[in-house]
Design a protein around this ligand. Structure first.
Ligand code: FAD
Ligand code: SIN
Length: 521
C-alpha cells in the first residue's frame, strides 16, 4: 500500500507523541509504532523529569540546573543547548500538565525528588512510575485528536532518500533528502510506502545492544541505524550510560530499575559484605553522577568476584518506601525481598544512549525534511554523560522546537511521488530463527564484555573484529531473505554496536561515560 501524510512520526514515546500533538493543527499526522502504542522506555521511566518548576521559592535556580548538567556532561555539553533546554523547561512541563499528566504534590507544592549529580531537589515525579503517567496522558490526548492517526504494529525499515530513486548517495553527498519511510505492516506482512513531507524519528534507545539492560525489547536503535544507512550524521555513540542500580534478577529481561531517587531519599550503596564503599570513589558518595557510581560498582564487583552488590534502603522506613516507591516495594516483595528489612541486590545495566542522530536546535537532522527527537537524537545537551531525569525533559523541549520548525516549512515541501515501492522479488523466507537469535546473543555478549563500562584498546579491537564477522553473515542473510522485524532489528543492533565501538576507539581520552584502562583523563 502507498500512503501520503503531511507529518509522519516514527515512535509513540514521549518524543513522538509530543511532536504529533504540536504539529496536528497544521496537517494530517500519522504515528507509526512497532508494537503496542504504550511500549517504549517512556512507560518505564521511574524517577521523573528534571526542571526548575513550581517547588519552594528560592530553593533552586536555572543556573544551578545548568551547572549540574554541564558538570555531569564532563565538559562536552553544548552550553547554549543546555541553557535553552533548561530555561524552556517550565513551559514544556506546563504543557504536560495541560495534557492531564499529574505530578505529585505535597502541601500545595510539587513534591520534588533528588537524584545523582543534582545539587537540589528538582525532579517532578508521579510516585515511582512517572513515565507511565506521562505516556498515559499523552496517549489520551492523541486519541482525542481528530488529525492524528496512530497505527500499531508498523515497523519502519528504512527512510526513503535519493538512494531509492537510483542515485548513488555517500556521506559526502550534499542535500540528502527524506521522502518518508518503508514500513513492514505487522498485520499484512507487506511492506508499505509512506510518503511524507516531514518525517520525525522518535525511535528511542538501543539498550538491547547489551545483555543486561533496563530498556524494553523495542529499544534496538532502529532510528539511528536507519540514519546511518542513509548516510546521515551521528555522534557521541561511545557515551553509553549504564544505570548503577538495576535489580539483580538474572532471568528477568529487561532488568527492573531501582530508581536513583531512592538514593536521593537516603538509600546507600553497600558491598557484598554490607559495608559502604562509595567514599573510596567520590565525595558525593552514593549520589555522585552515574558514570562514577556505575564504574565504582563495576570495580567493587570485580574485586570481590561477585555479580551484584546491595542498595540499603532500610533507613527510609516502611511507610516512606510504600508511599514513595510503591512499584519497587511491590516488585521486590513479589521476589521475596522485603526492602524495609532486606538490602536490595543490584548491578549496573545499559540504560541510555547519550549519542545518536545529530540535530540542530530546531531538531532537524543532517538529512533534509528529517527530524529526530528523544533518545535517538544527539542534541548536545548530555555531552559525555546525561544528568539523571534530563532525558524526558530533552524529549519535550526538542519535540516542541522541531514542531515549530516543521510547521513553518511544511507549506513549501512537496511529496516525492516517483518513489518506487519496496521490491521483495526473489527473496525467500528465513526458516531458521536460530540464525537470528544466536547472533543477537553473540552480539550482546561481545558488547557487554568488550565495550561495556570499562574498556581497553585490546577489548575494542576484539569487539570490532567479531562485529565485522557477524555483520557480514547478517547482511548475507538479509540480502536473500524476506524482511522480518527480528532480522531488521538484528541488523540495526549490529549497526549501533559498530558505531559505539568505532567511536569509542576514536576517543583517545577518558571522558564522561567512555573509560578505558589504556587512556588518561
Ligand atoms: P521511547 O519511549 O523508547 O519510544 C520509542 C518508540 O519508538 C516506541 O513507541 C517504539 O515502539 C518506537 N519504535 C522504535 N523503533 C521503531 C521502528 N523501527 N518502527 C516503528 N516504531 C519504532 N529519563 C528521565 O528523564 N527520567 C527518568 O526517570 C527515566 N527513567 C528511566 C527508567 C527506565 C527503566 C528507562 C529504560 C529509561 C529511563 N529514562 C528516564 C530514560 C527515558 O525514559 C527515555 O530516554 C525516554 O523515555 C525516551 O523517549 P523516546 O520517546 O525517545 O523513546
Ligand atoms: C532513575 O529513576 O533512576 C532513572 C532516571 C533517569 O534515567 O534519568
Amino acid at each position: 500500500m502507498r500512503y501520503e501524510v503531511d507529518f509522519l512520526v516514527i515512535g509513540s514515546g514521549i518524543a513522538g507523541l509530543s511532536f504529533a500533538l504540536k504539529v496536528a493543527p497544521y496537517g494530517k499526522v500519522c504515528v507509526l509504532t512497532k508494537g503496542d502504542a504504550s511500549e517504549g522506555s517512556t512507560k518505564y521511566a521511574q524517577g521523573g523529569i528534571a526542571a526548575v518548576y513550581g517547588g519552594l521559592a528560592g530553593a533552586d535556580s536555572f543556573d544551578r540546573h545548568i551547572q549540574d548538567t554541564l558538570i555531569a556532561g564532563d565538559g562536552l555539553c553544548d552550553k547554549a543547548v543546555v541553557e535553552m533546554t533548561i530555561r524552556e523547561a517550565p513551559e514544556r512541563i506546563s504543557e504536560l500538565v495541560g495534557y492531564g499528566v499529574s505530578f505529585d504534590k505535597e502541601n500545595g507544592h510539587y513534591d520534588l525528588h533528588r537524584e545523582g549529580g543534582h545539587s537540589a531537589f528538582r525532579i517532578l515525579h508521579h510516585k515511582d512510575n512517572t513515565g507511565a503517567e506521562i505516556e498515559r496522558g499523552l496517549l489520551q490526548a492523541i486519541h482525542d485528536h481528530p488529525n492524528i492517526e496512530l497505527i500499531e504494529n508498523q515497523f519502519a525499515i528504512d527512510i526513503i532518500t535519493q538512494h531509492h530513486l537510483g542515485q548513488h548517495v555517500t556521506r559526502h553527498t550534499p542535500n540528502i533528502e527524506c521522502y518518508g519511510v518503508y514500513a513492514l505492516n505487522g498485520n499484512t506482512h507487506q511492506i508499505d510506502t509512506y510518503l511524507a513531507k516531514v518525517t520525525m524519528l522518535a525511535t528511542g534507545g538501543m539498550g538491547n545492544v547489551y545483555s543486561t539492560t533496563t530498556t524494553p525489547v523495542i529499544s534496538t536503535g532502529d532510528g539511528v541505524a536507519m540514519v546511518h544507512r542513509a548516510r546521515g550524521v551521528l555522534r557521541d555513540m561511545e557515551f553509553v550510560q549504564f544505570h548503577p542500580t538495576s535489580l539483580y534478577n538474572p532471568a528477568e529481561k529487561p532488568a527492573f530499575l531501582i530508581t536513583e531517587a531512592m538514593r536521593g531519599a537516603g538509600a546507600i550503596l553497600k558491598d557484598i559484605h554490607g559495608n559502604e564503599f562509595m567514599h573510596k570513589y567520590d565525595q558525593r558518595l552514593s549520589l555522585a553522577p552515574r558514570d562514577i557510581v556505575a564504574r565504582a560498582i563495576d570495580n567493587e564487583m570485580k574485586l570481590a568476584g561477585v555479580d551484584h552488590l546491595y542498595l540499603d534502603a532500610r533507613e527510609i522506613g516502611k511507610e516512606g518506601l510504600m508511599n514513595g516507591f510503591p512499584t519497587i516495594y511491590a516488585k521486590c516483595l513479589e521476589l521475596g525481598i522485603n526492602i524495609a528489612k532486606d538490602m536490595i541486590p543490584v548491578r549496573p545495566a545499559a540504560h541510555y544512549q547519550c549519542g545518536g542522530i545529530v540535530v540542530s536546535t530546531e531538531g532537524e537532522s543532517s538529512i533534509h525534511n528529517l527530524y529526530a527527537a528523544g533518545e535517538c537524537s544527539c542534541t548536545g545537551l548530555h555531552g559525555g554523560n546525561r544528568l539523571a531525569s534530563n532525558s524526558l525533559l530533552e524529549a519535550v523541549v526538542y519535540a516542541h522546537n522541531a514542531a515549530q520548525s516543521a510547521c513553518k516549512r511544511i507549506a513549501d515541501i512537496e511529496y516525492r511521488t516517483d518513489v518506487p515501492d519496496w521490491n521483495a522479488d526473489g527473496m525467500v523466507l528465513n526458516e531458521e530463527m536460530v540464525l537470528i537469535t544466536q547472533t543477537k546473543k553473540e552480539l550482546q555478549e561481545i558488547m557487554s564484555n568488550y565495550v561495556g563500562i570499562v574498556r581497553s584498546d585490546l577489548r575494542l579491537e576484539r569487539a570490532l573484529n567479531r562485529l565485522n564477522l557477524i555483520y557480514r553473515e547478517t547482511e548475507e542473510l538479509y540480502n536473500r531473505s524476506v524482511v522480518t522485524e527480528e532480522l531488521s532489528e538484528l541488523r540495526n543492533l549490529i549497526a549501533c554496536a559498530y558505531l559505539i565501538t568505532k567511536q569509542a576507539m576514536a576517543r583517545r581520552e577518558n571522558r564522561g561515560l567512555h573509560y578505558s584502562i589504556d587512556l588518561k583523563k
